[in-house]
Design a protein around this ligand. Structure first.
Ligand code: C6P
Length: 417
């Protein structure tokens, strides 16, 4: 990964023109300007293959899965289960039944909190999160700590936006039962040293959940090598559809955990007196799932693998290095999040101008960024900020688009100051 003090040359190995061709949404004008889409940490755009897969399901074989004996049900079930196998390959899970489909990272974390947390966290236990977590990796743990009379501890971060590993080691103890941190921060871009975090948590006897919302489309993930206990993904941040995510969990843990929701599919046998549960992964997939979007997600992963995660990382790191250099040279910009290892997220503030106003003025030039607290209010409080402007990059972004962002910022400043 890139080090900001030692950036790689601004080159790419990707054929950006043909990649961009696959994304119909990028071909439009917004407010009279060609769209520059820099809101990829919120959600990425979808390639034609994914859109086509959604259409094909509804036009050709819409049917409920796992239940029917007819041809359409069979075809839909096979396609749905093929995505599970592809996720297994994508994150290198040992068993296919360790892959559970959920709505996204938010639901994955809520599932673990409700199931694992409610049964295996006890009074006096501690849960450890970092100061740069998304609300989705804070609120469910607050609830469990209140309910189970456990304590929520927070690992501090440096001003640059890196986890304070010394403080982490001091906070870890035999009372720590669960550590939940993100692989990469949505607000700062920081890539956290999760392998070390996981190893040390295991030494203390804690299980580890990794929020992979901002990493899976940018960094190769190998859950066996990481040895994490849970890993969470959102398909819509990986060029796939909204409403689909994955909870990976180690089989032996998932087997010990009670179901999260009751209903069809998650049962083995039901009487009015007693219910027994289905095997993994179906124990955690109650009701009719988001069939079309799960199937289409397969095509998003295929797209990523065909381009190659290593190539994607090189391209996005070059974009980040270029954008960092260009914006660092603007006297009015203060970059927020200058960790040594980052994904393609550039957060910044401009003294005296509200991030929302900058976002609106960039939008008037066709440039889409996100502004505000990015669902990390405690992080904003730690940094003493109300919010930031965030440009987040994906594999279809170009150096010219970064030039347009810089030109836009210069014009805003000339207009306002
Ligand atoms: N971050 C952003 O613009 P869902 O909404 O369930 O797909 O993902 C939630 C989530 C969890 N963790 C991290 C690190 C995230 O970045 C997100 C989503 C978006 O930054 C929307 S707030």
């Amino acid at each position: 990964m890139m080090s900001i003090t030692n950036p790689p040359p601004f080159v790419t190995t990707l054929d950006i023109r043909s990649i961009r061709d696959a994304f119909p949404v990028l071909k439009q004008q917004v407010n009279g300007h060609p769209l520059v889409y820099f809101d990829n940490a919120a959600t990425t755009q979808k390639p034609q293959q994914v859109i086509h897969a959604l259409n094909a399901y509804y036009q050709e074989y819409n049917a409920n899965i796992h239940r029917g004996v007819h041809a359409l049900a069979d075809k839909a079930t096979m396609a749905y289960e093929k995505t599970r196998e592809m996720v297994q390959t994508f994150i290198h899970a040992q068993h296919v039944e360790e892959i559970i489909f959920v709505r996204g990272v938010t639901e994955a974390i809520n599932l673990v909190a409700a199931s694992y947390g409610r049964t295996l966290i006890e009074e006096g236990d501690e849960i450890l999160i970092s100061a740069m977590e998304h609300h989705a990796n804070i609120v469910p743990w607050q609830w469990i700590c209140q309910e189970r009379k456990a304590k929520l501890n927070v690992i501090p971060i440096s001003d640059e936006g890196e986890i304070d590993m010394e403080a982490y080691h001091q906070l870890l103890s035999s009372r720590t039962k669960l550590v939940a941190v993100n692989h990469a921060s949505n607000t700062l871009g920081t890539i956290n040293p999760i392998k070390e975090i996981i190893r040390d948590a295991h030494h203390a006897g804690a299980v580890v959940l990794i929020d992979g919302a901002q990493s899976a489309a940018h960094i190769p993930v190998d859950v066996q090598d990481l040895d994490c206990d849970f890993y969470c993904l959102s398909a819509h941040k990986m060029y796939g559809p909204t409403g689909v995510g994955v909870l990976y969990g180690k089989k032996e843990l998932l087997e010990r955990m009670p179901p999260y929701q009751g209903g069809g599919e998650m049962i083995r046998e039901v009487s009015f007196e007693h219910t027994t549960y289905n095997e993994l992964p179906y124990k955690f997939e109650a009701g009719t799932p988001n069939i079309a979007d799960v199937i289409a997600f397969q095509h998003a992963m295929k797209f990523i693998l065909e381009v190659g995660l290593d190539n994607i990382a090189v391209h996005e790191q070059a974009l980040l290095a270029y954008a960092t250099e260009k914006t660092e040279n603007l006297s009015f910009i203060r970059l927020i999040g200058t960790a040594r290892e980052k994904v393609g997220v550039l957060s910044f503030v401009i003294e005296g101008i509200h991030p929302f106003d900058i976002g609106q003025m960039l939008d008037a030039r066709g440039i889409a960024v996100r502004t505000g607290h990015h669902c990390t209010q405690p992080l904003m409080a730690r940094l003493g900020l109300d919010g930031t402007v965030r440009a987040s990059f994906a594999l279809y972004n170009t150096f010219e688009e970064i030039d347009q962002l810089v030109e836009g910022l210069n014009k805003i400043i000339r207009f306002l100051k």
